[in-house]
Design a protein around this ligand. Sequence first.
Ligand code: ATP
Ligand code: MG
Ligand code: FE
Length: 345
Amino acid sequence: PLILGIESTCDETGVALVRGGTLLADRTATSMDQYARYGGIIPEIASRAHLESFLPTLETALEEAGVGLDEVDAIAVSAGPGLVGSLTVGICAAKALATSLGVPIYGVNHVLGHLAVDELVDGPLPQKFIGLVVSGGHSNLLLVNDLATDVVELGGTLDDAAGEAFDKVGRLLNLPYPGGPHVDRLSQQGDVNAIKFPRGLSAGKDKERYKYDFSFSGLKTAVSRYVQGVAARGEEIVPEDVCAGFSEAVNDSLTAKAVQACLDHGCDTIIVGGGFSANSRIRTLLNERAAKHGITVRIPPLRFCTDNGAQIAAMGSTLARAGVKPSPLEFSPDSGMNLQQMSMQ
Ligand code: ATP
Ligand code: MG
Ligand code: FE
């Protein structure tokens, strides 16, 4: 079947067409360039941008795929989690299309789509695997027993997401927004051993209680205190070393817990999704640690890790293939959609 996927959880408007595990087209428009002067996403601007971008994005995607709307067999759209205004635009468009074409609609979980998309690049997913989704909005560790029917949320961040922590450290060091890529770039020129920053939830009682959770706000505070301390002594900081020590702390937590989850739950594969997978250190560290235990790491190319329509079409395909019931036409956006919920029912 030909599935049209629509993404609009945050600042990316994505439209993609997928047929039986093959990606025919994937188009994305983003409003990210409008937020540099605010230092963060403005939901009202994002919703408006979705409204303006949706039709042109749909048209170019259909053109690229060489198919007509009348050939579409089902629509998949992000139902959440995300910004309610942004979600509403994509969902309204999806409902209008589903109604006028007379095809089923799947309101799918955006975060699980970050994992589903890997089948379009690396082939069929193993039935059971550990999913690590890391972006500006999420840092989640999931036990996937079956992506269409059985997902268990093992843990996630108790405060900042990994990308968000990078952005905050970027701000602290006066780097442009979003700071993540800049902090990453500097970290590669620094000495990871110069400054040792704390790993959240990795010692004492926390280690047991929050086995699969992350916490990055204490780390951010430690960086801030370090920077202030150096300034108070009238010395200059070495931003490269600060970034290297900080990045190592974040990636140490992410990768150690993902590998541990894999071992604890008898999985042999970790699939990573989300825009943070652009980070230079997560790839090398995770591959290194996973290889020691014979664990396979699958990370799709970056354009499929940041928010896109292909991930939503892939998630829709996964559900349709498993015979999961489509969503009722009346479903609403769920800004805090539970990660154990695959689609709206
Ligand atoms: P979500 O997918 O949660 O809706 P998002 O749009 O914020 O959210 P992405 O676009 O997937 O997330 O990822 C962007 C985040 O990743 C930003 O916080 C950005 O700073 C961070 N990021 C991007 N590249 C890197 C990098 N190389 N190193 C560290 N962080 C990075
Ligand atoms: Mg984004
Ligand atoms: Fe996302």
